[in-house]
Write a protein that binds this ligand. Structure first.
Ligand code: GDP
Ligand code: MG
Length: 270
């Protein structure tokens, strides 16, 4: 199933909607530019442009926080474990979902929300692996927002006591700011990315509860220093829990599965 969170169907992202409401020029994904007058006729006392942007950002985030809290309550009420998977493009998020769908199909019920700017490739991969998936295309957006997840859940209809894995748009910046109502943010960090990524993208690595160091099967071919990468992650996020694994070979996956099992059991506790 496909759900457009973005603008290819003429719908607007929250950012676009807010810019629209605020009465400023904005650019649509197709490159067309519009300027809108304020609907209300009271005089706005505009501060600096920077001030406007900061206020707008604060409003968008506050709105998202409220919707995320609603998602969290929805998950709690249904004893669902929800995880938000973030990474740069190609770090292995979808592969990391395909494997447990196959390995744990007799044990855990997994449902997936797939976020990408475009295409339904990942949603198709998840369905081929054997789980129900809803594809959310964000258009120009670089992250999922809580309202997109809420709409995705309406289509997905995850079972009571199940697990909802949300694969965010591949990006190490924007998804750090947007709570989706998940129990934990999981960052997938591939050894092909370089040890210093946690230091370069500290907000994302700080926002994550779990870091999965993926593609460790490739280590013999690279100069990647695992201990330095782990030290960088711990430097920006001392409380982070780290798993080292290969989603391809399955090496190290059992520890990750145990964590997921444990968290799902907690979500199902009375
Ligand atoms: N060697 C190796 N390749 C992997 C691993 N995990 C993912 N890949 C490959 O990396 C590429 C990107 O993976 P994908 O799951 O699509 O990444 P995503 O963009 O984060 O969802 C694909 O070609 C995968 O087969 C791994 O652990 N080891
Ligand atoms: Mg993917």
């Amino acid at each position: 199933m496909r759900l457009d969170g973005g603008n290819e169907t003429g719908k607007e992202t929250a950012l676009e909607r807010d810019l629209h409401d605020h009465g400023h020029e904005h650019v649509h994904a197709d490159g067309t530019r519009h300027s809108h007058a304020h609907d209300d006729d009271h005089a706005h006392s505009h501060g600096s442009a920077t001030n406007d942007v900061v206020q707008l950002e604060t409003r968008i985030l506050a709105k998202n926080e409220a919707l995320a809290a609603r998602n969290r309550a929805w998950f709690d009420g249904r004893e669902i474990l929800a995880l938000n998977l973030v990474s740069s493009p190609g770090a292995g998020k979808t592969t990391l979902l395909e494997r447990p769908i196959r390995d744990l199909k007799h044990e855990l019920r997994l449902f997936v929300i797939e976020g990408d700017q475009a295409t339904s490739h990942d949603g198709e991969r998840i369905r081929a692996a054997g789980a129900a998936a809803v594809q959310v295309n964000t258009g120009a957006g670089c992250h999922l927002e809580a309202d997109m997840v809420a709409r995705g859940l309406k289509e997905l209809k995850p079972d009571f006591g199940s697990i909802v894995m949300i694969e965010n748009v591949g990006n190490l910046v924007c998804p750090a700011l947007f709570d989706l109502g998940e129990r934990a943010k999981v960052i997938i960090f591939s050894v092909t990315e370089g040890e210093d990524k946690p230091l370069k993208y500290p907000r994302m690595f700080k926002a994550a509860d779990i870091m999965i160091l993926n593609t460790i099967d490739l280590l013999p071919h690279l100069d990647f220093d695992v201990e330095r990468a782990v030290a960088s992650a711990v430097q920006v996020n001392p409380g982070v829990t780290i798993f080292r694994l290969s989603a391809r070979t399955g090496d190290g996956m059992e520890a990750w599965y145990d964590w997921v099992r444990g968290q799902s059991a907690i979500a199902r506790e009375p």
